[in-house]
Design a protein around this ligand. Sequence first.
Ligand code: SF4
Length: 452
Amino acid sequence: MIRVQSVAPDSIGSELGIVPGTELLAVNGRPLEDFLDWEFLTADERFLLATRLPTGEDVEYDIERPEGLPMGVTLEPPRIRRCGNHCDFCFVDGNPDGLRAPLYIRDDDYRLSFRYGNFATLTNLKPWDMERIVEYRLSPLYVSVHATDPTVRRWLLRNPEAPDIIPQLAWFAERGIAFHTQVVLVPGVNDGVELERTLAALYGLGPAVVSVSVVPVALTEFSKHGLVRELTRNECRAALAAVDRMATRALAERGAPWCFGADDLYLQAGEPLPDPTWYGEFEQRENGVGSVRFLQTRIAAAVDRLPDLAGKRIGVVTGRAMGPLMPQVLVDVAATTGGRFELVVVENTLFGSSVTTAGLLPGTAIERALSDRQDLDFVLLPAEAVNDDLVFVDNLSADELAERVPMPVHLSYDFADVLIECGVRSAECGIEGQTPHSPFRTPHHGVGKGEV
Ligand code: SF4
């Protein structure tokens, strides 16, 4: 059973009489477990929907609708699948005590992997889940592999029950499921020869493994430093050498590098990032792979059109994934515009702190981060954090957020989109003089995916 959170006015849902609190029980007699069932089972133009209204009345609807017309129903957030692993490097252990409860949630959810690109280990899949992934063609999935040797992987995950990942991926690959994969590199455990083995084993699965990223382990002062440490500069360099060897082979044999070092690996190694063309479609940019080059590419393309922002303080909201890397990008924009750009890194309080992408930031968390910032002339928000109705994942609308914070705010994919428009509409954007809260600009939607 899933429950309706809201219904869009003038939608099919509201015409039927579906209201917030309505339980969606089954489609064509098949029980609904979560949002995936809802989306896939209602994809047809005609279906039978069994519901229970908040009054307790059971109602069945025979629905026929034009192809592509949405039901207009927003569901309550799904219950997140919890992680059964206990990695020494887990971000949750890196949290200090006393934070909000959601920040201690260890999530490992293949549904969010498909939908949002969150990495999952696939260690908690039941046979029913595996069948469902195949039936709904949840592809590509984003998978934390870390190591393909079963013993090493179980050690890394601190999970003696973790299934052997290569047969598991092969099973899915035979059924048409593809993967983007990552290796979080832990020195002395899955680097060196083990990394070479892992890359070779993943490469051996063929085109089903679309990409692999190698990401240096990230720790905080609260992490289990007695059990795990960060890579040294030389270890980062050695890992990059292994990545390069694999990428060179893939380039020759498959025409694309396939294997990528995270931006942070290059930073820690003290080596320059590859050219933007290296990253192809930037498919793992939200995992910190090519993110810097992606944004720099977008900004460089717009540099002639950026306005003069001398004397202005501009806030840039982002998630934890881009936090450490954003300064490289902001230097370029500041140098071109003369503005002072200040990073506002926001924790995801809704899905848990493992969700570091800016695209899933809840509006209320952004509101909290900005509410005391009287010093900023205006703020750029990640445009991918709202849906087509300009509503954040926690149902706070962008307009509501704009009313609650003390400065104009703008949705942006890559800085240039908003800054250029602000140059044209300077008074509304806070570039000149006193400004009221600015209404949101929707033209940025559809510009393309990006990360701010
Ligand atoms: S790092 Fe990820 S897989 Fe490991 S324990 Fe934490 S949530 Fe689970």
